[in-house]
Design a protein around this ligand. Structure first.
Ligand code: MN
Length: 288
């Protein structure tokens, strides 16, 4: 029996800008393959050099409700503060898993010293949906330091996998998730190969940050593209055609209606109207 998860398509990402500090490619959503639950959005801030700046660049205070943001720093440093008084810094290799849930107002900036010195920044921000029953739960953070992310060598020794969430073989990831989600930060040397064994009836997207990879010995995906796989089947074979950095996203779909408007992702239009009202009424707080 063929257990391969078949490749559906390789999607391009659109260049865009978030605030004054992030020059991104938006790989998700993709209009040709919108059904990627629980994943809502994937932005890759490609390696960008920033001149020294006294005032840290980034995104000013804005709200979120109804989902989680996952920020993975590859190079440079970020600084974060929110309406609940939380404050933190993220350096290369660190992951911030923020459960916005009932609502949070936060700002996302370059870290102060990094900003003053100037340097190259690369990061990914992923939005992961929450099931209806958890959308109005209290906000929380998982600040995951690089050293706390389990790292596994691939069997051929030509690569490594950082298990951010879910599992890779017997190794369990660092983050707690509300629904089954696997996130793997994979780095393969040229010629390196690995196999993914995933659950049946799950959505899988593999985004290439840099390099080129061949999937199931078929099609080749390049830097800045995202490969979408069929829900059926369990196995994906990856071979790196050159030194390659890629991000594996796999999750059980949340089969509930989605109503979204900017930074709010709920189940109904009424809940969106309520979110806008609550934000305007200051119920998600503010940054003083
Ligand atoms: Mn945000």
């Amino acid at each position: 029996m063929d257990t391969t998860k078949k490749l559906l398509l390789i999607g391009n990402s659109n260049p865009s800008q978030v605030g004054d500090g992030f020059f991104i490619r938006r790989a998700l959503p993709n209009r040709r393959y919108p059904n990627i639950s629980p994943f809502l959005m994937l932005d890759h801030a490609e390696p960008t050099y920033f001149e020294p700046s006294e005032k840290p660049k980034g995104v000013d205070a804005h709200p979120h409700r109804g989902f989680e943001t996952v920020t993975i720093v590859y190079d440079g440093a970020l600084e974060h503060r929110d309406s609940a008084g939380n404050y933190g810094k993220l350096f290369a290799g660190d992951v911030q898993w923020m459960t916005a849930a009932s609502g949070i107002v936060h700002e996302e900036k370059h870290e102060k010293e990094f900003s003053e010195k100037g340097g190259t920044l690369e990061m990914i921000q992923l939005w992961v949906n929450l099931p209806a029953k958890d959308k109005m739960s209290p906000p929380k953070y998982q600040d995951i330091r690089s050293a706390d992310i389990p790292t596994v060598k691939t069997p051929d020794g030509k690569g490594k996998v950082r298990v951010i969430a879910g599992n890779f073989g017997d190794i369990k990831g660092a983050a707690d998730t509300f629904t089954p989600v696997t996130i793997l930060d994979v780095h393969l040397q040229e010629g390196g190969e690995t196999n993914l064994h995933l659950e049946e009836n799950t959505n899988t997207i593999i985004y290439i940050l840099d390099g080129a990879a061949r999937f199931n010995e078929e099609e080749n995906a390049q830097t800045g593209t995202a490969a979408f796989f069929h829900a059926k089947g369990t196995d994906i074979h990856i071979k790196a055609e050159k030194d390659t950095k890629l991000l594996v996203l796999n999750g059980e779909p949340i089969n509930e209606p989605v109503a979204s408007y900017g930074p709010f992702v709920m189940n109904t239009q009424e809940e969106i109207v309520a979110a806008i009202h609550d934000f305007n009424a200051g119920k998600m707080g503010g940054i003083g």
